[in-house]
Write a protein that binds this ligand. Sequence first.
Ligand SMILES: CC(C)(COP(=O)(O)OP(=O)(O)OC[C@H]1O[C@@H](n2cnc3c(N)ncnc32)[C@H](O)[C@@H]1OP(=O)(O)O)[C@@H](O)C(=O)NCCC(=O)NCCS
Length: 176
Amino acid sequence: MSDEVTVRRARREDCEGILAIYNHAVLHTTASYDYEPRSLAQRLDWFDAHERDGYAVLVAEQASDGVVGWAALNRFHDRVGYRFTAENSVYVAEPWRGRGVGARLLGPLMDAAHSMGLRAVLAVIDAQNEASIRLHARFGFERVGLFRQVGFKFGRWLDVAYMERLLPGPKQDGES
Ligand SMILES: CC(C)(COP(=O)(O)OP(=O)(O)OC[C@H]1O[C@@H](n2cnc3c(N)ncnc32)[C@H](O)[C@@H]1OP(=O)(O)O)[C@@H](O)C(=O)NCCC(=O)NCCS
């Protein structure tokens, strides 16, 4: 099924599809600890900032369903010394989960991280999110930490696992 899906760089007009998938996860899952759906204006600002700063946003597209998944690299921290580290996001539309779309997105996303000269990519995952943990493990992410009860959603405390994948990092002349 997943071979009907193509993965490409996102365009501004994909933001509506990206937003719909994210907001569904906000309302129905603990994948995100947001409680309220976000607006299209917020998502467009997010997209423009990613374009400006060179952080990849990818979409998985299917002929009849349109955007069925998306993935992004995000700035991990504003302080300059963290600039070779990013945090990733990956979200698949509910009907398409478990069909290989997440894996189709994460491969090219890690290629983009490599091309950017990143040294580390972090995945910050609800500790009970087995699908996301398995997906990231498949791409070489290792669990480096567990933050206990740092989240609260749907009336319960949530643990967050940090998974990390190291990459070669910047070329020598880009390091300073
Ligand atoms: C997590 C998510 C991105 C994974 O994408 P996906 O397309 O469903 O996953 P894939 O079909 O590519 O499978 C990836 C791995 O997860 C496993 N998996 C998929 N669904 C699973 C489930 N419900 N339970 C346990 N493992 C699952 C697959 O077996 C596969 O593992 P393997 O490589 O060891 O065989 C997707 O399920 C999703 O969008 N979930 C809601 C949002 C979310 O949790 N985002 C991540 C936030 S950190």
